[in-house]
Design a protein around this ligand. Structure first.
Ligand SMILES: Cc1cc2nc3c(=O)[nH]c(=O)nc-3n(C[C@H](O)[C@H](O)[C@H](O)COP(=O)(O)OP(=O)(O)OC[C@H]3O[C@@H](n4cnc5c(N)ncnc54)[C@H](O)[C@@H]3O)c2cc1C
Length: 415
């Protein structure tokens, strides 16, 4: 039987850093990964560019995670965004700051981040075993006694770190195994649900609009005709509905409201930077300017091409209608069409397509300053398995790296 000081289960963002950190204390660390290579999800993050963190200050950073964010103070106080940037720099990876406070590796290559983490783990002799799926965790009273791999092999350690991630993008290896393990060990699992997930819209126009990106727009999420959230930014039409930053941000709210059987709609304001008078003045100006020319021509100054025919159809504007024929009532309709384009939401895409899993191990059962389980003496958690989820922008990876770092450190400091 193989015996280690620490066994880390799951070689994703949090597990790689946790294993590397624990090994810095001279511990004999084994890192188990079910897939054929470590960090598969990490290698597809940020559209292959890996948005490692965000420049927000700690208070703002934590607030991005909502109510549960304050749990992260423990980990962030030990290892935060600037520490992470220095950490990668020491491993030969320079970072670049982009709009929205997002940090990416200068190479724009997520594989560089994965390779740096593998290098870090190997520096202090972490034994990385790929194609090693943990199937069962055996406990004896309030201690883990051993773990069993799918090939029947039994491994033991003094301490265990569970870093199996969430349930989304299961082809990357994150299939939610950790929730089952944690539950069998006595932990409470807050139901895993999709977050940062595209949403499904009921509209006959999706085929036409597929691929259209709208920038500097505002959306309002409506539940039973009541405004719930307003967001400014960027979104994209897909064949089944909407995606893009502001859509992903509201998606977990959409999921929740749908499951409360609410009628959900999204209203798009294409001209949020103009107030009512400014937009009406603009319409008057454009209509006058285009005079006897078709409205269609004038709309090119206000709308992306893909939207023009749909806009005309929805607002009952004839194909040949001239600008000079548009009266006050029709202009008001056009105004409404530009500022309140409504779409019915039917659902979110499934959790498998979510960027992040909401829910997970209940934070009340984990020590904030060590990541140690309050239920099992020799167990630590880190990463997405915890009941923490943040928005896009590098927040989730920083949470994974920071909690991983702290979990690794805690196993070392308590040896
Ligand atoms: C498409 C996409 C893009 C993203 N982009 C960004 C981004 O740019 N910035 C950002 O901040 N966040 C991003 N995220 C979120 C980020 O990837 C996650 O928050 C992060 O990877 C979580 O790290 P983790 O270590 O908890 O889990 P993971 O990285 O998912 O790692 C868990 C590991 O555990 C392994 N495992 C699971 N079960 C077992 C088992 N039984 N035995 C052995 N091994 C097991 C898995 O194979 C996996 O390798 C993105 C997510 C997706 C899906």
């Amino acid at each position: 039987m193989n015996k280690f000081d620490v066994i880390v289960i799951g070689a994703g963002a949090s597990g790689l850093i946790a294993a590397g950190k624990a090994s810095e204390y001279g511990l004999n660390v084994c890192l188990l990964e079910k897939k054929s290579r470590p960090g598969i999800k990490l290698s597809i993050t940020g559209k292959g560019r890996c948005n490692i963190t965000n420049s927000a200050d700690m208070k703002e950073f934590v607030s991005e995670f909502g109510e549960n964010g304050k749990f992260l103070f423990g980990a962030f106080n030990k290892f935060f965004n600037n520490d992470l940037i220095d950490f990668f720099k020491n491993l030969g990876v320079d970072s670049r700051l982009e709009r929205g406070g997002r940090y990416f590796p200068e190479s724009d290559d997520a594989h560089q981040i994965v390779n740096a983490l593998i290098k870090y783990a190997k520096q202090n002799n972490v034994k990385i075993h790929t194609a090693s799926t943990v199937e069962n965790i055996v406990k004896e009273s309030n201690q883990i006694k051993e773990i069993v791999l799918s090939n029947g092999e039994v491994l033991q350690a003094d301490k265990y770190i569970l870093s199996t991630g969430g349930k989304s993008y299961p082809l990357t290896g994150s299939t939610g195994d950790g929730y089952k393990f944690a539950k069998s060990l006595g932990h409470t699992i807050i139901e895993p649900t999709p977050a940062l997930v595209p949403i499904v819209i009921n509209s006959p126009y999706l085929k036409q609009l597929n691929g259209l990106k709208l920038k500097n727009i505002e959306i309002i999420l409506l539940a039973d005709d009541k405004s719930i959230t307003k967001l400014f930014g960027e979104m994209e039409f897909t064949i089944f509905g909407f995606t893009g930053p502001i859509i992903l941000t509201v998606s977990s709210q959409v999921y929740k409201l749908i499951h409360e059987n609410k009628k959900i709609e999204i209203s798009i304001n294409l001209k949020p930077s103009l107030d009512e008078k400014q937009l009406d003045d603009r319409l008057v100006r454009e209509l006058n300017h285009f005079g006897n020319l078709p409205v269609r021509n004038m709309l090119k100054t206000l709308l992306p091409m893909q939207l023009i025919d749909i806009f005309m159809k929805e607002n009952n504007i004839k194909h040949t209608e001239k600008c000079s024929n548009i009266n006050k009532i029709m202009r008001k309709k056009m105004f409404d069409g530009l500022t309140n384009m409504k779409f019915k939401v039917t659902s979110t895409r499934p959790i498998e397509e979510a960027i992040i899993t909401k829910g997970g191990v209940c934070l009340d059962e984990v020590e904030q300053n060590t990541m140690k389980s309050k239920i099992i003496n020799n167990l630590y958690f880190c990463g997405e398995i915890l009941n923490i989820d943040g928005p896009t922008g590098g927040f989730n990876l920083q949470a994974a790296f920071s909690t991983g770092y702290l979990a690794g450190m805690s196993t070392g400091e308590s040896k």
